[in-house]
Design a protein around this ligand. Sequence first.
Ligand code: ATP
Ligand code: MN
Length: 479
Amino acid sequence: MSKVKIKELLQTPATGQEVNVKGWVRTKREGKNVAFIAINDGSTIHNIQAVADVQLLGEDALKLVTTGACLSVTGQLVASQGAGQSVEVMAQRIDVYGAADPEKYPLQPKKHSLEFLREIAHLRPRTNTFGAVFRIRHAMAFAVHQYFNDRGFFCLHTPIITGSDAEGAGEMFRVTTLDPLRPPRNEDGTVDYRRDFFGKETNLTVSGQLEGELGALALSQVYTFGPTFRAENSNTPRHLAEFWMIEPEMAFYDLQDNMDLAENFLKYLVQYALDHCLDDLTFLENRLIEEEKTRKKEEQSPMGLLEKLRFVVESQFERLTYTEAVAILIKSKANQKGQFHFPVGWGTDLQSEHERYLVEKHFKKPVILTNYPKAIKAFYMKQDEDGKTVRAMDVLFPGIGEIIGGSQREENYDKLSARVREMGIHEESLWWYLETRKYGTAPHSGFGLGFERLILFVTGLSNIRDVIPFPRTPQNAEF
Ligand code: ATP
Ligand code: MN
């Protein structure tokens, strides 16, 4: 008799065959003669019920069967008498792998706040909510590779340790093996990084894009999907210090092609979740409905989770320029009534409140903003003819704000190196990047999708700390 995942078991017709289930106890209800044990093994949101005869198994043995304990249950698979499940296991034998002292086990079967569960991130995968989130996260990671593989993109692993600080000056985590108390020093007292492990200053990457471009200018279409690190001290519900990013780079794509790909990709991922994660999404939708009941009417969202996901798949994303968006924001009621915390005006970066106004109040659907002022965007973006803007695009989502940032890349060597100097970037550290524009340059584009922002959207959760197994944020690297 082989052990079977609960997900499969629940789909198996009950013919009285003997089965073995292994998993963790969610709840136990005890009657005089029988105990009902709900077991979950993480393969699905649903539990299987084991029915245990107290006389047969012994009262003492059943004492160890408490919430959180890990069991192996062997018995007959039978049609369930009770409502809520089609099959159940009539236990003939129960082995307890690990008991969980009910006086101490932190995850008793009652409602816990997400804040509390963050403090026990080592146990929270055992809750329904986090089981659902992490299964969906897996499905989305799989779908990312599926999408690109189906379209002839190659997965390129870009480095995690980087020697170029071009993108994120001041926002990077240093990587060093030098003794912090006694580092080697130059004559002027500064640290001599030539004697560090790599012979130069190194950091954790903030993006795989620059190396991704090198790949695209040879393999035509590539993508990276890796961890990125930002030492920005922004304690927001949408920022992590360590997050995962998906970055496709495509030769021969202009900004239009780039937008088309981004929109198609996002819709594919959301549709994939609807097709493959319906049980988990339904659970999360109901959870959200319960949570919303505690909120004020005006803060409740007009759509349920599934409806919101279907809506995104079906709607055509609104595309407009940054300049057009700023005009809308300036004229908006919210602005006239002074409801924005940050001022809007041409030339300043849009804050998440502005992005969300455009998406949630004005257009009521996802929005792609393009052609931002060059002063607020990175050096590598292709410059527009007007000399003021660059071919940037940000995709904005309801409840999230920016989910994708991308651009057509500057392929002209003279323009690119002039911009590098203009922005005071250390040109020598980028020699390899600039050389691709000297030899066989090509028009090309790409973007970065923040994986956790996608998971936030798909799960309907509101804090990014709840969609990554072990979040890293300022002052927090536990687990
Ligand atoms: P934001 O303005 O929201 O900080 P950004 O402009 O810094 O975003 P990019 O540098 O364009 O973002 O990065 C690409 C994508 O990575 C973003 O669209 C977003 O989805 C995601 N992202 C950026 N910073 C973070 C972060 N600290 N934590 C999680 N995801 C992030
Ligand atoms: Mn940022």
